[in-house]
Design a protein around this ligand. Sequence first.
Ligand code: PMV
Length: 364
Amino acid sequence: MPYGPPYKNPALRFPQGNIPTGKTAWRSPSNIALIKYWGKKPVQIPRNPSISFTLQNAYSETEVSYLPARGGRLEIEFYFEGERNPKFEEKTAKFFESVADIFPFVDQLKFVIRSRNTFPHSAGIASSASGMSVLALVLCDLEWMHFGTLQNRDDFLRKVSYVARLGSGSASRSVYGGVVVWGESKEIPGSSDLYGFPVNGEIHDIFKTYKDTILLVDDGEKKVSSRAGHSLMESNPFAGERFRQAHRNLAALLKAMRSGDTETFIRITESEALTLHAMMMTSLPYYLLMKPNTLQIIEKIIAYRKKTGLPVSFTLDAGPNVHMLYPSALKEKVRQFIQNELISFLNPPGFIEDEVGKGPEKIL
Ligand code: PMV
């Protein structure tokens, strides 16, 4: 069977009277983009390619029990951190319905989902990346277990990434460990707008064990969702140049990551972070997600780098928290730096120490 995008497969239905009962569980990480995805066209096609570090410690862990649905229609019960969560229930139902032509068996099942995150939900860490990729893993796992398709690991992960993308663009990159590109780039044969593509073979060792300490500045709800932010790019007057810049930055960043050039890595990734927020500030309506302490921390990091000559840098996601990036050899020095100079700008629990991770894992 030819098996590739768009993965529509009407054969994936259980015979009546033979609908299975079972359980599976997966852990899937979040990721931090170095070249940012900001702007998309239907359906979940990025306006520019992006690249990220998959994280290790910030992940969602999700156990899914399934049984025959009673009324012949999709049923979902979602427990988040032990409590029934109607918002996640609705979000998951919408997502499952949206992929019903890829997994025609979804409306034959009732799903009882128990999920938790290892990071505070409000920490502004991309929970949609871990949360959506874990659901895509579960759906492909059901297909693998019950229909005998996706037996090849590469085929399996590619479909997971394709499906995760439909839930949240950045989730497509969480499906692989290490350094992952999503979005077609002339520089990277194999890259695609439809799924993530790992580029670990080409990356210098220094970046394979890079650290990301997430400095928690504010735990408030985001004022503007990523979905709204992406759509505001359609009328942003700087959008066209931004998309071209992302292509150039990706090519230059990959070159730096192949050769271990931390100076270029810092220049491009910091510029990407500020450009992402500049796009928010130049959208209409305009908005700000950085807080005063975000700027304080950024200035401290730049001053520390100048003073010590150490390759410590920052990036930002769509929120006020600062991701501090550095080679693993600097771990102790950076801990000291946080204690001495940053701690007073942080909100409890302060910070989360993370690093480049290995990717998802089946835990049941
Ligand atoms: O995956 P979404 O739709 O939540 O968008 C995420 C966009 C950023 O996190 C800001 C950047 C990125 O590439 O992850």
